[in-house]
Design a protein around this ligand. Structure first.
Ligand code: KIV
Ligand code: ZN
Length: 506
């Protein structure tokens, strides 16, 4: 059996990813993401393009000083000022790397740089030499490599290696290549450069080929892949880190000797964080990290997954850090899927009860395309009106604002009794929940809180959904009001009432 070979993961979310129009992040957000990338165990973090703005310089410098583990890389054009500034930003890193680049296709040389091929070759070599005199590790990219004349490409690459580059990155800058063609280019470069030099690839997704091209390149000799979380990046984006890593892992039969050292259980958290910081929602059908990537809607699929997950899932969602397989109920969902979903919500029903709920579910599912948890909750509330309101929210008063410690005073009714208590918290909702906990004396763990506007405008009704956990079971509560604190309190009390009813715990 051939020896195992590591594929180095070079994350450029903070550099190329940040070039996505509208994805600008502030310094604190970049540092938070860099910490998470270190947890994910990427090999290299390209932290930014220090010359591009004072903010970028500061972010790269702070990341270089704070983040331990991965190499910290900064980008620089092949000009002195960029390289010196880049070094100033990254020199505090445990393992610094300068990444310098210049366009090498005739389109770039003539159309943008307005220079000759010889001049560009000289600039590349001088830039690498200067970078190498400052930094022990230098990466060079001939930009637009896939549209560059092959013999000239090799001349520039050899000049960069001669000047001290130990990583040569082959960018498909405009996402023009196709997998066979790109693999052929990588094999061509591999044959012509010394073995100790690592070939990296950097693929853009203009034709939707970024992941396929990167994977084809690995087979042809590339050992570093440049990629971004959620596939962010200039225009259509870069190859998505999660796709590259999970393809290599899931298809180990095909990529037998290759592996990455990514801690895949951190993929989902990283994806969520990047989405929050950039404000870019992950499309529901996005491979690996989309909300539907592990959701099963058809009855046949749901039945299969409940019997044996492998029937319709090629990856285990837990390996990516996704809590559990999601079921979206549709008219095609069967009784077993419904029972499973209800039990996740904390309802254990007899066969007779289940049959009643199933008939109501089918009627609703015929009208709506998808049945959500809130719909099931409504059916359950209606069908089992008997779920008693052990506690009912009577009133709530909250004090919060800048400079004030958020304090809530809550009054709950239990039978004829009115019980009032107060608490402080990290915010008004936290203070409210702590006051409710003091009244009920129950030990519950809040595992999820979400709010959505049901109507629009400033008098919009906010619907809060919470999940609480007790003794390994989850209970969901809903509350709606034009006052979001009141909606939050109602949702929490609703979940507690359900818990008391289902567990007999009061
Ligand atoms: O796409 C590209 O060519 C780049 C280079 C700077 C590597 O982002
Ligand atoms: Zn790029």
């Amino acid at each position: 059996m051939s020896e195992r070979e590591k594929i180095y993961i070079f994350d450029t979310t903070l550099r190329d990813g940040e070039q996505s129009p509208g994805a600008a992040m502030n310094v604190e957000e970049k540092i938070q993401i860099a910490h998470q990338l270190a947890k994910l165990n990427v090999d290299v973090i390209e932290a930014g393009f220090p010359i591009s703005s004072p903010g970028d310089f500061e972010a790269v410098k702070r990341i270089a000083e704070e983040i331990k583990g991965p190499e910290i890389c900064g980008l620089a054009r092949a000009v002195e000022e960029d390289i010196v500034t880049c070094w100033e930003a990254i020199k505090g890193a445990e393992k610094p790397r300068i990444h310098t680049f210049i366009g090498t296709s005739d389109i770039h040389i003539q159309g943008q740089l307005r220079k000759s091929r010889d001049e560009v070759l000289r600039m590349a070599a001088e830039a690498v030499r200067l970078a190498r005199s400052l930094c022990p590790k230098v990466e060079f990219s001939p930009m637009d490599a896939t549209r560059t004349d092959r013999e000239y490409l090799i001349d520039v690459i050899l000049a960069a290696i001669e000047a001290g580059a130990s990583v040569i990155n082959i960018p498909d800058t405009v996402g023009y290549a196709l997998p066979d063609e790109f693999a052929d280019l990588i094999a061509f470069v591999r044959e012509r450069i010394p073995d100790h030099v690592i070939i990296s690839v950097h693929c853009h997704d203009d034709l939707g080929m970024a992941t396929a091209n990167s994977l084809a390149a690995i087979k042809a000799g590339a050992r570093q892949v440049e990629c971004t979380i959620n596939g962010l990046g200039e225009r259509a984006g870069n190859a998505a880190l999660e796709e590259i890593v999970m393809a290599i892992r899931t298809r180990h039969d095909y990529f037998d000797r290759f592996y990455t050292e990514i801690n895949t259980k951190e993929i989902y958290n990283t994806s969520r964080l990047v989405s929050r910081c950039t404000g870019f929602e992950v499309p529901p059908n996005k491979a690996i990290v989309g909300a539907n990537a592990f959701a099963h809607s058809s009855g046949v699929h749901q039945d299969g997954v409940l019997k044996d997950r492998r029937t319709f899932e090629i990856m285990n969602p837990q390996d990516i850090g996704i809590p559990a397989t999601k079921f979206v109920l549709t008219p095609r969902s069967g009784r077993k899927a419904l029972k499973h979903k209800l039990s996740e919500l904390g309802y254990e029903l007899t066969d007779e009860q289940l049959e009643k709920v199933y008939q109501r579910f089918l009627k609703l599912a015929d009208k709506k395309k998808e049945v959500h948890e809130a719909d099931l909750e409504a059916i359950m509330r209606d069908e089992f009106k008997a779920i008693p309101e052990t506690y009912r929210l009577e009133s709530i008063q909250v004090m919060s604002g800048s400079g004030l410690i958020p304090t809530a005073t809550v009054t709950l009714r239990r039978g004829d009794q009115l019980i009032r208590d107060s608490a402080t918290g990290d915010g008004p909702v936290d203070a409210t929940y702590k006051a409710i906990d003091r009244i009920t004396g129950l030990s519950v763990e809040l595992t999820d809180y979400s709010i959505r506007a049901v109507t629009s405008g400033k008098d919009a009704i906010g619907e809060v959904t919470v999940r609480i956990k007790n003794g390994g079971r989850t209970f969901v509560g809903h509350g709606a009001s034009t006052d979001i604190i009141e909606a939050s309190a109602k949702a929490y009390v609703d979940a507690i009432n359900k818990m008391i009813y289902m567990t007999g715990n009061a």
